[in-house]
Design a protein around this ligand. Structure first.
Ligand code: COA
Length: 332
């Protein structure tokens, strides 16, 4: 059974906000942001919504894969910033695409969300194929979409400068037969809920008539240095485990497509894995940290640049709130 990504797409808001733009709003500077993070620009939603961005990325991914929306069996959307509590983002996308045969639900694993959703989709499709052995391909649409700007405290320069809005999507096909050894070869997920407090955002408090409490609106709060330490230790471990599982050595991997949080984290992971930075494409300079959207946007960017060829060995890895971390190894 081969789990193959057969199409990718992405969509970002029109408004481009530079570090200098932010320097006119708050006490920050291009020099500080670039030297600490590598970020230069980010896109912020004004008219756009999480659903609209997700649909835009999905349409591109379906066209790229040559798949009709009606042929989808599953839609998984990874997000922490859906437009509404109900219905979920995946159902919104299903309705907009007319993907009437697809089951649709959301996955919330923050910046690891796309990785967790991709692996869940692979396992779901495998099970579907086993239960209904009619020889047909099974297909999932996996989306990472965020408008993080709405949960940022725009008075907190230590967090709001880091994040951006956008969406990415991938079509995953379960091909019961055919070319062997393609597709997903290893996947590892990790969760450390005991340390979740280092990167969090509270939901609405209870506000029924028996619990009259006045609480200020909540925004993302982060212990940046703790998150940094978690990332540089856990990401290389998780990648090593996934690469072992796939039966590859680190040198066999052509590209490491990592969650785009911070250039220094990428450099540190590269160093710990003893791999050159050329294998670690970067687009956080243009988009900032787009949480669940960052890995699929990067995957789509890198494909459009022609850097992925048939047979390319690729690691996708995400990390973030939870704390969570995930790595998937695939052969293109
Ligand atoms: N502009 C200017 N100064 C800023 C600033 C900003 N946007 N944000 C914070 N500062 C100041 C702080 O107030 C502090 O000032 P002080 O020394 O006078 O108290 C100083 O810069 C240093 O802050 P510090 O927190 O020590 O910086 P750092 O080197 O740890 O870098 C992060 C901060 C957030 C960039 C870094 O910790 C990081 O990248 N962590 C990982 C975060 C992440 O990726 N999260 C998402 C994971 S999915």
């Amino acid at each position: 059974m081969n789990m193959v990504i057969s199409g990718t797409g992405s969509a970002v808001p029109k408004l481009l906000v530079t570090n200098d733009d932010l320097g006119r709003l708050m006490d920050t500077s291009d020099a500080w942001i670039q030297s600490r993070t590598g970020i230069r620009n980010r896109r912020l939603a004004v008219e756009e919504t999480t659903t609209g961005l997700a649909v835009g990325a999905s349409l591109e991914a379906l066209a790229d894969a040559g798949i009709a929306a009606e042929d989808l069996d599953l839609i998984l959307a990874a997000t922490v910033t859906p437009d509404q509590f109900l219905p979920n983002l995946a159902c919104e996308v299903q309705g907009a695409l007319g993907a009437s045969g697809a089951v649709a639900f959301d996955v919330n694993a923050a910046c690891s969300g796309f990785l967790f959703a991709l692996d869940t989709a692979a396992l779901y499709l495998k099970n579907l194929c086993e239960r209904t052995p009619d020889g047909a391909d099974r297909t999932a649409l996996v989306i990472g979409a965020e408008t993080l700007s709405k949960i940022m405290d725009w008075n907190d320069r230590s967090t709001c400068v880091l994040f951006g809005d956008g969406a990415g999507a991938a079509v995953l096909r379960a091909q019961p037969s055919g070319s062997e050894k393609r597709g997903i070869r290893g996947m590892v997920q990790r969760t450390d809920g005991a340390r979740g407090g280092v990167l969090s955002c509270r939901n609405r408090p209870v506000n029924h008539p028996y619990a009259k409490r006045q609480e200020p609106p909540a925004y993302v709060s982060m212990d940046g240095q703790e998150v940094y330490r978690f990332a540089v230790r856990t990401v290389p471990e998780t990648i090593r485990e996934a690469v072992d599982q796939a039966g590859f050595s680190m040198a066999d991997i052509d590209l490491f497509l990592l969650h785009q949080a911070n250039l220094r984290i990428l450099e540190s992971v590269a160093k710990r894995l003893k791999q050159p930075m050329e294998k670690f494409p970067v687009n956080l300079d243009e988009y900032g940290n787009t949480s669940a959207a960052s890995v699929p946007i990067l995957l789509d960017d890198v494909r459009k640049q022609g850097k992925i060829k048939e047979g390319s060995r690729i690691v996708l890895a995400g990390f973030g709130a939870g704390l969570t971390c995930g790595a998937t190894v695939l052969v293109w």
